[in-house]
Structure formats: C-alpha cells, structure tokens
Design a protein around this ligand. Structure first.
Ligand code: FES
Length: 178
C-alpha cells in the first residue's frame, strides 16, 4: 500500500495522509467504479482536531418545548448553535424518542444564520434560501450550500443535555476548535 499526501492545493485544510492502493487509484479515475470511492478517499475532513471538544451543559431536558429552539454557542463563544426538540425521532437525536438535536447556526454556503421553521420542520437560511433537515443530520434539502449543517454531538446525563463535539466543519473555520 502506497501513502499519498493529501492534494493540499484543493483546499486550505491540512488533511491527513491518505493511503491508496493501485486498485483504489484505477477505480477512482473512473474505470468502472462510481464516484463513491473518490468521495471516500478524498472526503473533506472536519479539520485536524488538536484540542479536545469541551463538554458544555446546554439545557435541562424537562425545560425543552417541542419546536422551540434554544440558542447557545459551541464549541466557543463565537460559534452560534441551536438546540431543538423535534416532534419525532431524528438521526443523532438524544432524549425522549431521540428527538433532541443541535446544529451550528452558520449556513455552510456563506455563513448566514439559519433559523428553524417549525411549520416546515426545516432549518432555512435567509440569505440564499438553503434549506437543511434537522431530522436527517442537517442534510441539505435545496439551495446554494453544498454541505450539511454541522451537527453538535449531544449527551444526556440525568436531566441535563451536554454538547460534546461537532460532526462537520463549522463555516469559516479550518478546524472547529480554534
Ligand atoms: S449563506 Fe445561506 S444560502 Fe447563502
């Protein structure tokens, strides 16, 4: 197996070295295998994480009302995020019926603050109308953005909900932990 450095000219992120076999390269260049392998080989990482994520208490479970967002900042004070108790189970959800999720509030297109629209059960950006599904790990439904909203990893202990990590890269950052 040959080690190939990340093609750093494609972005400003310092990716880890990618291990490729001859078979990987042949397949990835389109000789009979779909682009899925390319996506796996060069999937954008969330950036190097030299520091551990903080554990931050966000709210008490029994204080959450369905479809009423709670704003907080994570993993630091300059990074707005939102906690939502949905009315049904969600991917990555915790708490009652796995319905509690949290996301960065910064749109992955150009960083405008998205907001939760309960009547549509979606998170919508007011700048260019990118729309994200909080029940499906922030997957983009429509719009200008090309990546899902970064999802905040949650943990429940007793009645308390803690933020303890982020999946995906927060807009405008080379690494989530500055
Ligand atoms: S900044 Fe959100 S869609 Fe453009």
């Amino acid at each position: 197996m040959k080690e190939t450095p990340c093609p750093a000219s494609c972005c400003e992120q310092r990716c880890d070295t990618v291990k490729l076999t001859r078979r990987d390269l042949v397949a990835a260049t389109g000789l009979g295998v779909s682009g899925t392998l390319l996506q796996q080989v060069y999937a954008a990482p969330s950036g190097p994480q030299d520091k551990a994520y903080p554990s931050l208490k966000i709210a008490d479970l029994d204080s959450l009302k369905p479809d009423v967002p709670v704003a907080f900042n994570y993993p630091d004070e300059t990074s707005p995020a939102v906690l939502i108790r949905l009315r049904a189970a969600a991917l990555g959800g915790v708490g009652p019926g796995n319905s509690v999720v949290a996301f960065s509030q910064l749109c992955t297109h150009k960083g405008c603050p998205v907001s939760y629209r309960p009547e549509r059960k979606l998170m919508i950006c007011p700048c260019h109308w990118s729309t994200f599904d909080p029940a499906k790990s922030g997957q983009m439904v429509i719009g200008q953005a090309s990546q899902a909203l970064p999802q905040i990893q949650l943990r429940v202990q007793g009645n308390a909900i803690y933020a303890e990590g982020v999946t995906g890269l927060i807009f405008g950052r080379h690494t989530n932990m500055l």
